[in-house]
Write a protein that binds this ligand. Structure first.
Ligand SMILES: Nc1ncnc2c1ncn2[C@@H]1O[C@H](COP(=O)(O)OP(=O)(O)OP(=O)(O)O)[C@@H](O)[C@H]1O
Ligand SMILES: [Mg+2]
Length: 370
């Protein structure tokens, strides 16, 4: 014990010595000397350091299980998200102009509609307009409060062994839980733009967290054993939700209270928009785009007659890309083109028309695409 005390007093002495040295020097002299001994700090270098630090913050926050959330700061993310492939037709521009004020006013936007209509692409494009980091969150039935709020990611332990006097042995150990904040905590605290894609694939219990985020501007930290009971929502925090209609497989019914807090816009297929996207993305001629759309539309119509959702723009883009890559002539006379169309569209025929065998599907497509 005496030894420990000795040790402590020694440390105290050395600390007081250091402070007395600086205290003995005239304050003005030391202040004047400091800048000349270090590289000159300019405003721009300070801004750069701050920028670097914030970039480090974001990457440091990438913890286990945050693979797809990885927000990247600044312009890089902006360019990646707004995708050079995004096609802004007049209809798309109108939609962007209609929805931007809602987000600017801080209201959550909800894009709904059938698969392949362009909800995620639009959400990413809208999010990239704001000069804030963007976080992507994908809804799924396993997403829970631990993913969103955080949880115990391990333990830290401090061990102190005091055996300074041989006869005395003292061991002190302290184990603390290590808490890693969840994705929503990070987005809410730092004011990111959150794209919660396919949010209705997560359970309503998980999505309940958004009720107070969207209305009261606080994120409650239920069951996290944190001292704080909630986190205030950053003024720049924005959310764009996307979802498929409720009749889709694996989709939960959304609670009215959540729908009541967001502005829901239904996105629909539009032939002219599809044509422009197909032409630009597929790098094909107008007549080639028309031919692909004609074939896809036949199957789509047949599906709609059965009250089912047929092939989307995705199928048209697939056909265009495959043909372009393999230099297949986009012409009804080219058997290779017809083959590609059949392969891309056959699963839709089987799903929608209750056709049992592949052979039957082939025959049906043969007649339709003739
Ligand atoms: N405006 C656009 N410009 C360029 N490509 C687009 C545009 N809109 C949609 N696409 C393309 O169309 C395809 C379907 O779009 P997207 O994935 O956004 O649809 P979605 O509605 O989110 O579908 P799902 O409900 O299946 O998730 C993608 O390949 C996407 O790149
Ligand atoms: Mg999507």
């Amino acid at each position: 014990m005496a030894n420990t005390e000795r040790k402590t007093s020694k440390r105290t002495n050395s600390r007081s010595q250091t402070s007395s040295v600086s205290a003995n020097k005239p304050a003005r002299t030391s202040r004047k000397k400091a800048p000349s001994s270090r590289p000159k700090k300019t405003l721009s270098s300070r801004a750069e350091r701050l920028k670097n630090r914030s970039n480090e913050d974001v990457s440091a926050n990438k913890t286990k299980g945050q693979k797809d959330s990885s927000p990247v700061k600044g312009k890089k993310e902006k360019t990646e998200l707004s995708s050079p492939n995004f096609v802004e037709t007049d209809k798309v521009k109108q939609l962007v102009t209609r929805m931007t004020p809602y987000l600017k006013a801080g209201y959550p936007l909800h894009l709904t509609g059938p698969t392949g209509v362009g909800k995620t692409s639009m959400a990413r494009h809208l999010a990239a307009q704001f000069d804030r980091p963007v976080m992507l969150l994908h809804g799924n039935h396993e997403l829970d409060n631990v993913d969103l709020l955080g949880g115990i990611s391990g333990y830290t332990s401090d061990k102190l062994i005091d055996n300074f006097v041989r006869q005395v042995y003292k061991k002190q150990e302290e184990v603390k839980e290590k808490w890693s904040p969840g994705r929503l905590v990070e987005a809410v605290e730092k004011g990111y733009t959150l794209i919660y894609d396919e949010f209705s694939r997560s359970s309503p219990e998980t999505n309940n967290l958004f009720l107070s985020v969207l209305e009261e501007g606080v994120l409650p930290l239920y069951g996290t054993k944190q001292k704080q009971s909630y986190i205030p929502v950053h003024k720049d925090f924005r959310v764009i939700f996307t979802s498929n209609p409720e009749e889709y497989a694996g989709v939960f019914e959304t609670q009215d209270a959540l729908l009541d807090r967001m502005i829901t816009i239904e996105m629909q297929q539009d032939r002219e928009t599809e044509r422009s996207i197909l032409r630009e993305r597929g790098n094909i001629l107008a007549k080639e785009a028309d031919l692909i759309l004609k074939n896809v539309s036949k199957i789509r119509k047949a599906c709609e007659n059965e009250d089912k959702h047929g092939p989307s723009l995705r199928a048209s883009l697939m056909i265009a890309k495959i043909c372009k890559n393999s230099e297949i002539d986009i012409s009804q006379k080219d058997p290779q083109f017809i083959r590609v169309c059949k392969d891309v569209l056959s699963s839709h025929v089987m799903k929608c028309l209750d056709v049992k065998s592949m052979e039957e599907t082939e025959n049906w497509l043969e007649k339709e695409l003739a």
